[in-house]
Design a protein around this ligand. Structure first.
Ligand code: HEC
Length: 141
């Protein structure tokens, strides 16, 4: 654990955002802040939805893209804006798989910093509505 922490701090020290992902750091942050609920492979469990081969669906609309930041697990996490942006980009890369249909523009720390100021409540209903909107937009195409 101490080794991991030292490694983490060393990585943080060199952390300038360049839009790319430091996979080790992103995975470490995921393990520390998200994995307890979301499972190591993003499969979730119980109330926690599966992100694997699913989370990319939300990226089909602007509201969906924002949702991934505004969902409480993201928005109110202890991670800083740059770390959260990186973890979300890592989640999309690692877990979205074929669920992502459009070009994905990575989250920036600025975008994440803005959006997380508006954390969602009543998430379950909001989420269901988002997915319904995305499904009907797809049908119209
Ligand atoms: C205490 C459990 C918990 C933790 C910790 C947690 N989440 Fe979540 N997460 C949830 C639940 C439950 C949902 C479903 C929406 C809701 O009810 O909030 C969710 C939904 C999400 C979603 C949307 C996926 C979907 O299909 O709706 C994303 C993205 C997400 N979380 C990211 C994160 C990130 C990033 C972290 C770590 C920084 C994190 N979560 C930590 C429980 C958690």
């Amino acid at each position: 654990m101490r080794l991991a922490l030292t490694l983490y701090l060393a990585l943080l020290g060199g952390a300038a955002w360049a839009g790319d992902i430091n996979s080790q750091r992103a995975q470490f942050n995921y393990q520390m802040s998200c994995q307890g609920c979301h499972a190591p492979d993003g499969s979730g469990a119980g109330e926690v939805p599966r992100m694997r081969e699913h989370v990319g669906i939300f990226l089909a609309t602007e509201a969906g893209r924002e949702y991934l930041v505004r969902v409480p697990g993201s928005a109110v996490s202890a991670l800083g804006d740059a770390e959260l942006a990186e973890v979300l980009n890592w989640i999309v890369r690692e877990f979205a798989g074929a669920s992502i249909t459009l070009h994905f523009e990575p989250y920036t720390p600025q975008e994440v910093g803005q959006l997380r100021q508006y954390p969602l409540n009543e998430v379950v209903q909001y989420r269901a509505q988002l997915l319904a909107d995305i499904a009907s937009a797809n049908l119209r195409e």
